[in-house]
Design a protein around this ligand. Structure first.
Ligand SMILES: *Cc1c(COP(=O)(O)O)cnc(C)c1O
Length: 361
């Protein structure tokens, strides 16, 4: 294995399968077991169940390999967001998209209450990013943004931030490491809601932070590890096992869902009840603006049989949701917008179900 890896880098689809396995030896487990231990015999690598766990470590090495860095898993995506924001001082100037995942948005507003200054930029406004970065401490990136599906020019914005010494955090939940690896572009920290594509089966809530394989990255990793240990937002060993089991099929799930998303985006553009399709041209998510009001959007969500009217994304089951039903959703998200997370069901079944919901009187 190591010789093959050294001669030519393995494809991410392969690494999703091979990473985080126990060493191969006669009689060894092919998978890491669920280590249900709150403590460990003294003088070993891990002292206590809040400091580390061998099942977490297997998942962390797999996520780290996919993102090209060193990963730490936390109790939720928001725990990961909070840990990453803790890297900036309380009075930091933070540059962020003007519309992004609502939980992160609320967390930014909380940081503002505690002394931070926020500078907002439209996610696709490269000139806006470049000027807002000057004199800032941290830049928060999310591309494509959730749920408007706006794409940021990550190579340019990250390069500019690095030149200015601005700490770069990228939430890679929607893109996944299969589409984008922000650390390779120069980001300092990647954040994931593991709840979504990485685990992929709507049965785990979890987050991860990944830092670059550089001296600076290792320093940030130590800070984040301390934050997890003292914040106490740790992962259950069974959840870590389930997330790693889900991660094994990331590439096939994402390829299937992305192919279906493309087909659905094309057909939805032609549908008379759809005013606008927001699809970044790749990935497994899209949003549609209905030709109608909030109630029309709610009727579509309530009218499907296969698509699950539920929040969250990235599961094997297709999900849809009118995002503005949440009071915390930024007001720049239209009332009649429905976000679609395409799953791995047959695309013709998905289309039939969606079309009949759109065609309801
Ligand atoms: C869901 C989500 C989060 C938060 O993750 P949780 O696991 O729900 O805490 C953060 N960022 C993005 C882009 C998300 O979609």
């Amino acid at each position: 294995m190591s010789e093959l890896a050294a001669s030519e880098p393995l494809d991410p689809a392969t690494r999703a399968v091979t990473a985080g396995r126990p060493p191969r030896s006669a009689g060894a487990d092919p998978n890491v077991p669920v280590h249900l231990s709150s403590t460990f015999v003294a003088h070993g690598e891990i002292g206590y169940g809040r400091f580390g766990n061998p099942t977490w470590q297997a998942l962390e090495s797999a996520i780290g390999e996919l993102e090209g860095g060193q990963a730490l898993v936390l109790s939720s995506g928001m725990a990961a967001v909070t840990a990453a924001m803790s890297l900036a001082p309380r009075d930091a100037t933070i540059v962020a998209p003007d519309c992004l995942y609502s939980g992160t948005n609320d967390r930014l507003l909380l940081a503002e209450q505690h002394g931070a200054t926020l500078r907002r930029v439209a996610a696709d406004d490269t000139a806006g990013w470049l000027s807002a970065l000057v004199g800032s401490d941290l830049v928060w990136l999310e591309s494509p943004t959730n749920p408007l599906m706006q794409v940021t020019d990550l190579p340019r914005v990250i390069a500019a931030a690095r030149e200015l010494g601005v700490l770069v955090v990228a939430d890679n939940t929607v893109a996944t490491p299969l589409l984008c690896q922000p650390l390779a572009l120069g980001a300092d920290v990647v954040v994931h809601s593991v709840t979504k594509y990485l685990s992929g089966h709507s049965d785990v809530v979890m987050g991860a932070v990944v830092t670059a394989p550089t001296d600076r990255g290792r320093q940030l990793h130590e800070q984040l590890h301390r934050e997890r240990t003292l914040g106490g937002g740790i992962v259950g060993p069974l959840e870590a096992f389930l997330a790693l089991r889900g991660l094994r099929t990331l590439a096939v799930r994402f390829a299937k869902a992305s192919a279906s998303a493309r087909v659905l985006a094309d057909r939805l553009r032609e549908h008379p009840r759809v005013a606008r399709v927001r699809y970044p041209g790749t990935g497994a998510m899209l949003s549609i603006d209905l030709d109608g009001d909030a109630a029309a959007a709610e009727r579509v969500c309530a009218g499907t049989a296969l698509w699950l009217d539920s929040t969250s994304l990235g599961g094997v089951e297709s999900q849809l949701e009118r995002r503005r039903r949440h009071p915390s959703e930024p007001a720049s998200v239209p009332e009649n917008l429905v976000r679609l997370s395409v799953g791995i069901e047959d695309v013709e079944d998905l289309w039939r179900d969606l079309r009949q919901a759109l065609d309801l009187p």
